[in-house]
Design a protein around this ligand. Sequence first.
Ligand SMILES: C[S@@+](CC[C@H](N)C(=O)[O-])C[C@H]1O[C@@H](n2cnc3c(N)ncnc32)[C@H](O)[C@@H]1O
Length: 367
Amino acid sequence: MKYIAYCTKGTEPVVKGELLKRIKDAKIFEEADKRIIFGTKARIEDLTKLRCPDDIGILIGEFTASSTQDFSKKILSSDFSSVLVAIHPIRKDLKPKFSITLGGVTGLDLAEYTDKIIPELSQVTGFKFEEKDHSNFDIRIFVDEKKFYVSVRITKLPLYKREYKEFEKEGSLKPSIAACMVYSTTGGESGLKIVDNFCGSGTILCEALATGNSVCGGDVDSESVGFTLKNLENSKLKTLRQRRLPAQTGTMPRGRQANLWLESSNLKVEVKILNATKTSWPNNFFDCAVSNLPYGKQVKVSNITTLYRDALKEYARIVRPSGTICLLGTRPEIIKKYAKEYLKISKIEEFKLGFLGQMPTLQVIRK
Ligand SMILES: C[S@@+](CC[C@H](N)C(=O)[O-])C[C@H]1O[C@@H](n2cnc3c(N)ncnc32)[C@H](O)[C@@H]1O
């Protein structure tokens, strides 16, 4: 089966890395802007466990079209019935409704292409068109210049939406980006001690915990610390359900269940109110630090250079020698300057991302 993994711009190499590590027989056919096209015989359930892609669809058409009529002809000849068979194991909830999601980089008016074919699509799928609800049979049409990619989402909600994320403040990270940060730091390994001293609503810590790591951190803002703790609790429960721990834990109160899981897995969670520039974490205690730094208008900071300098100096103290520090922000030059000074490193891996009109840089610094 051929799939398309949709990615946040700039994260494609990380998404590809996770795919190749987690899906043993995955074969990459195309790696391009905001997408990876791959083939695998893996169970569809296994693909839903990937954390770095924004979403995954079964690819049923890849074509260029000379006119709207040509487009109609090509999309209507796509094999929708084999998609239904493929997604059946994980979509028993599917209602006989379909929706259309449009996207990509194009000067074309895509609605002009799709509006006319809704009755025919209804006929070939046997489903009723639903304009706003994209949680059933969602046909995604992604265009790069003039090439159309037609896919159907495998899950009810996009993969980047996480059940744990119940509470969030402005500036909170998209979970798939947080997952990419964790993955590019850990290489997909688990059992590490990870710290985020700018945790906000805790997306990075939730992703690190869900992939089997101990997590510590905090924030100057007490409400953010409260949100992180609640989201982490949700994340632990989700992991607990996935691992199908003994049924009797189901009758216990929420916090107790999660703690039982933590005890059995030997993982540690500690989140507190702190100032990232001066913490009480011990020297060389962590394997990695992963943080989405305050930047832009979302979070006000009086002097960004001083904050980044002092926070980096603190990470240099608490992350062990040969550990890794991964930072997301819009001032990579400040990080580079002080990383050289405090960490004595010369090489930093950098990924320029693109989302919501911003272009922050992800920097992976190996000590
Ligand atoms: C961009 S947000 C982090 C968002 C987080 N990654 C998430 O997904 O929710 C940056 C955070 O840094 C915190 N912050 C700013 N200055 C700080 C400092 N000196 N020490 C600790 N946290 C600080 C802010 O309160 C804010 O929550």
